[in-house]
Design a protein around this ligand. Sequence first.
Ligand SMILES: Cc1cc2nc3c(=O)[nH]c(=O)nc-3n(C[C@H](O)[C@H](O)[C@H](O)COP(=O)(O)O)c2cc1C
Length: 480
Amino acid sequence: MPIEELGEFVKKLEEAGELRRVKTQVDTDLEIAEILRRVMYAKGPALLFENVKNYDIPVLGNAFGSLKRLELGLETSDFTEIGQRIVDMTKMDIPTGFFDKIKKLPELSKITDIAPKMQKSGPVTEIFEDLPSFEKIPILKTWHKDAAKFITFGLVATKHPQTQVRNLGVYRMQILDKTHAIMHWQKHKRGAHHYDIKKDAGDKIEVAVIIGADPATVFSAVAPVPEGLDKYIFAGIVRKSGIKTVKCRTVDLEVPANAELVLEGYVDPADIRMEGPFGDHTGYYTPPEPYPVFTLTGIMRRQKPIYLTTIVGKPILEDAFIGKVIERSFLPLIKLFQPEVVDFSMPAAGWFQGMAIISIKKRYPGQAKKVMMGLWGLGQLALTKVFIVVDDDINVHDMDQVIWAVTTRTDAARDVMIINNAPTDTLDPASPLLNLGSKLGIDATQKTKEEGYQREIQELVKVDEDTMNLVDAKWSSYGI
Ligand SMILES: Cc1cc2nc3c(=O)[nH]c(=O)nc-3n(C[C@H](O)[C@H](O)[C@H](O)COP(=O)(O)O)c2cc1C
């Protein structure tokens, strides 16, 4: 059975020795953040702060800050298999005739298994606050020069205004007062797209912010799921079982029935304010930029909710581990579009959008460039600043091997591609303009004669078999 709620995940983490309870009184103003940062940098456990000054809601942080915790939460140690499930679904034929339907019943039942299931009520409907306020929630200030307190791990739910496809995205929110917060959905994200459609029609957009849910739903909100795929269905694919949902009270949206807290409201395109600065996951303070304001209209919550949060800053912190799972789980989807791709890595130090290394089985001249261009057109990979493409004899997770390939198989003038004025990550501190910058592609594959490399390809040094066998046989006698 998949994990149904955050409390169950906390229990699992505790049983596995992956969580500590902090009983000393702690402050939401900077103190909790600094404790979490120290523990995250030391690769320590999840922390549940039970005694939070001025609040009766405990704060959970670093819950996803190791691969082991993500394995426990997503109930698999093979993250690639998650993406494979999506690829397998794309291969399912839609049955037409009666006998065809009968034959396909087992596959169709899989779809109903993963679809969300609407309930009349659930733990999150235990309390409804119609005079809502952010003030009762232990929202953190994380860096001393941050503009205010920020919700950092809210799952922001919207619906595509035309297709009704549901989205969840983690977008931070800067608290302004009891009922207003600035919504930091970056231009390229699905939430911002839904908002733009409503804005063009002169309308506000309804939003629900889910705080604390089962691990698969949290993961789904961070995952760069292909446009058009409903994130609640994606959560069902990850869990192998549909999530339970309930209707919000003041907005026409569905939210997970087992959530801890749900903040209902709307984002108004007529109310734009300066968001930031905020100590970001690039390691820099992102300077103020204009974003629209969320107005809180109601809070649904459990009697005893847990406030789930995270901290960002110079890598490597908690989000690095979530990013690693995204990298592993999306490999099958990348291969679906670029079949020559063998492996793929986004080193955490490059805050994920910064750099990716791709190994390919090269068959024809220029293929590395074709792969780069393809990936720069694929979902959020469009925001990746640097691609390095290597041959499949290189382990993309071993930077020593990658640097060796770049320095032995690349000629700068021939193998480096720069694309100007392309979309770039909003947070990129180096791009000359916000959201627009250049791309660097390095083709570090072995060049062939067809690619203009007229010299003989030099032979790789490798020990000969006789010497290897001799040393193997005498190894224990050397006294090493
Ligand atoms: C801790 C954390 C904070 C994030 N904050 C933001 C944010 O403030 N704005 C944003 O656009 N993306 C943010 N992201 C990244 C998005 O959640 C991510 O790109 C996601 O895939 C967006 O999904 P969507 O485009 O399908 O809506 C954050 C991710 C994490 C893990």
